[in-house]
Design a protein around this ligand. Structure first.
Ligand code: NAD
Length: 487
C-alpha cells in the first residue's frame, strides 16, 4: 500500500530576528529527495554575512524581553513548543521522510514524538531541579545560581534532524540562552517549520535564528569562527568536531560534542536469543543503520554463533527495503549519493579483506532510483579490518565470534570510538562486570537505546566531549555562579 506524501516539500529560508528572509538568487542550493533523486525544493545558503546578522540579533535578544522571562515562563514556552510539534506531527513526519529517505512510519513513531518530548521533558525538568547549596558549619552558606551562557551555535547532522535539534534547543532555551542554528544541508525542512512553531509559541524575536548552508566556507564555518558566539553544541563526525574546535579556539568557546560511534553489540551464549535477534534487528538497521548508537560490530560467543547467524540472516532477509511512504517499508534510502558511495565502498573493502557477505550488499533490483541498499551482514573479517574499525554509518554490520570475556572486552575497546555498547547475557554478575570494563558513554545490558532523558548521554574518546541529558544539559547551557554568605 502506498500512502501519498500529502505534504509538499517546502523551500527553506533563513529565519533571523523573528522573520523568514527571502531566498536570494545565486544564494541557494537544491534539496534532493534521496528516495527519488529528484529536486524537491530550494534552500537558502548563508555564509558569514547571514551568520553575522543572526548573531547580532541573538546577542540583542539576550537583553530583550527574553531576559525578563521567569523560569516558569520559559517552561510554559517549552511546553507550548512541544504541544505545537505534536499538533503538526503528521506534516513534520512527512517532511522528515522526504528529506532523509527514512520510512515515514519511523519519523511518526520516533523522530517527531521524541522531538516534542524533548521540549516537554525540559519544560518539567528545569522547574523541578535545584542547584548546589551547602551550609559550612556556623560559618557560611554557599549556594549556586545559574545564568545563561549567551549566544549558542547549534550545528546539526542529517540522520535524526528534528530529534537532535530539539534535544539541544530545549535546554538551551530553558536556561535563557539565545541560539543560531545550522541544520545539515541535506535535511533543512523540519528545522524551518520549527521556526514557525517558535513564533507561534511566543518565543521573542531574535531568540532563535536559523541559517542554512554547508560547513567550511559557509554557514557552519561562519558559526564556528564567530567571535560573538559563546558556545557551540555540535553533533556530527569527529573530524568536523576537530575543525570546529580549531576554528573557535581564539574565542575560547564552550563546546558540547556528540560524535560518531562504532558500537559493539556483545552477545553471550546464555542470552535470550529471541530477545537478542529482535533487538539486534533494530540496533543494526533502524534508520538504515544511520544512528550514531547503532551496534555495527556484533560479537557472538562461539557456542551461539551459528544459531545467531542463522536466525539473524533469516530475519534480516524479511526486511522490506522500499519507498519511505509505503506502509510496509522497514528500510528506506540512504541520505545522499555521496553517502551511498561511501557506504558501498566498504562492501568492496570487505570483499578485498576476505569478508563474506551473508545477505545484502546490493541495491534491491526493483529500486533503480534512490540511494537504497539492502541490509548487509558481513562475516569472516578480523579485528583489524577497516570495516570493523571505521564508522560506516549505513545498513552494514560485521559479525565476529569470540571465546572469552577478556577477548571480547579487549576487542570491544580496541577503537578510537566510545559512544555506546550493548551486552547480552542472563548472568547479571557478568552483565555488570563487562559493562564496567567497556569504554563507552552508554552501556545497555539486555536492551538497546532505552533512554531516560535524565541520564548522562554522550561519548568517550573520539565519540564526544562532555555529556548532555538532565542536569548535564543544564550545566552546559548555563554558567554557574557560586555565592558565599558569611553567617
Ligand atoms: P558531519 O560532521 O559531516 O556534519 C554535521 C554538521 O556539521 C552539518 O551541519 C555540516 O554542514 C556541518 N559541518 C561540516 N563541516 C563543518 C565545518 N568545518 N565547520 C562547521 N560545520 C561543519 O556529520 P554528518 O555526516 O551530518 O552526520 C553523521 C555523523 O554524526 C556520524 O559520525 C554520526 O555518528 C554522528 N552522530 C552522532 C550522534 C551522537 O549523539 N553522538 C548523533 C547523530 C549523529
Amino acid at each position: 500500500m502506498i500512502t501519498t506524501t500529502k505534504v509538499q516539500a517546502i523551500d527553506c529560508r533563513h529565519f533571523i530576528n523573528g522573520k523568514f528572509v527571502e531566498l536570494k538568487k545565486g544564494k541557494s542550493f537544491e534539496n534532493i529527495n534521496p528516495a527519488t533523486e529528484e529536486v524537491i525544493g530550494l534552500v537558502a545558503e548563508g555564509g558569514k554575512e547571514e551568520v553575522d546578522i543572526a548573531v547580532t540579533a541573538a546577542r540583542k535578544a539576550l537583553d530583550g524581553p527574553w531576559k525578563t522571562f521567569t523560569l516558569e515562563e520559559r517552561s510554559k514556552i517549552l511546553r507550548r513548543i512541544g504541544d505545537l510539534i505534536l499538533e503538526r506531527q503528521d506534516e513534520l513526519a512527512r517532511l522528515e521522510a522526504l528529506d532523509t529517505g527514512k520510512p515515514v512510519s519511523l519519523a511518526n513513531s520516533v523522530d517527531i514524538p521524541r522531538a516534542a518530548y524533548n521540549f516537554h521533558f525540559f519544560a518539567d525538568y528545569i522547574i523541578s531541579v535545584g542547584t548546589d547549596a551547602y551550609q559550612q558549619n556556623e560559618e557560611a552558606l554557599h549556594y549556586a545560581i545559574r545564568r545563561p551562557v549567551g549566544v549558542v551555535g547549534i550545528i546539526k547532522p542529517w540522520n535524526l534532524p528534528l530529534l537532535l535539534l530539539t534535544w539541544k534547543l530545549a535546554p538551551c532555551l530553558g536556561m535563557g540562552n539565545t541560539a543560531v542554528i545550522k541544520p545539515a544541508e541535506w535535511t533543512p525542512m523540519t528545522a524551518t517549520v520549527l521556526m514557525e512553531i517558535m513564533k507561534e509559541a511566543g518565543v521573542p524575536d531574535g531568540v532563535v535564528n536559523l541559517v542554512h548552508g554547508f560547513g567550511p566556507g559557509s554557514a557552519g564555518g561562519a558559526i564556528s569562527e564567530h567571535p560573538d558566539i559563546d558556545a557551540i553544541s555540535f553533533i556530527g563526525e569527529p573530524r568536523t568536531g576537530a575543525a570546529i574546535m580549531k576554528a573557535g579556539a581564539d574565542s575560547l568557546k564552550k563546546l558540547s560534542y556528540e560524535l560518531g560511534g562504532k558500537n559493539p553489540n556483545i552477545i553471550f551464549a546464555d542470552a535470550d536469543m529471541d530477545d537478542v535477534i529482535e533487538t539486534t534487528m533494530k540496533s543494526s538497521f533502524i534508520n538504515q543503520g544511520q544512528v550514531c548508537m547503532c551496534g555495527s560490530r556484533i560479537y557472538v560467543e562461539r557456542p551461539a554463533y551459528e544459531e545467531f547467524l542463522e536466525k539473524f540472516v533469516a530475519k534480516v532477509k524479511e526486511l522490506k527495503v522500499g519507498q519511505p511512504f509505503e506502509a510496509d517499508t522497514n528500510v528506506g534510502a540512504l541520505i545522499s549519493k555521496e553517502h551511498y558511495d561511501k557506504v558501498t565502498s566498504y562492501l568492496d573493502i570487505a570483499r578485498e579483506e576476505g569478508g563474506v557477505i551473508l545477505t545484502g550488499g546490493k541495491r534491491p533490483e526493483e529500486l533503480d532510483k534512490g540511494y537504497f541498499l539492502e541490509p548487509t551482514i558481513i562475516t569472516g573479517l578480523d579485528k583489524n579490518s577497516r570495516c570493523v574499525r571505521e564508522e560506516i554509518f549505513g545498513p552494514v554490520v560485521t559479525v565476529i565470534p569470540f571465546d572469552t570475556e577478556e577477548e571480547v572486552i579487549e576487542q570491544a575497546n580496541d577503537t578510537h570510538y566510545g559512544l555506546s555498547a550493548s551486552i547480552w547475557t542472563t548472568n547479571l554478575k557478568r552483565g555488570h562486570r563487562v559493562a564496567h570494563q567497556i569504554e563507552a558513554g552508554m552501556v545497555w545490558v539486555n536492551t538497546w537505546f532505552l533512554r531516560d532523558l535524565r541520564t548522562p548521554f554522550g561519548g568517550m574518546k573520539h565519540s564526544g566531549v562532555g555529556r548532555t541529558g538532565g542536569m548535564h544539559s543544564l550545566d552546559f547551557y548555563s554558567e554557574l555562579s557560586n555565592i558565599t554568605i558569611k553567617l
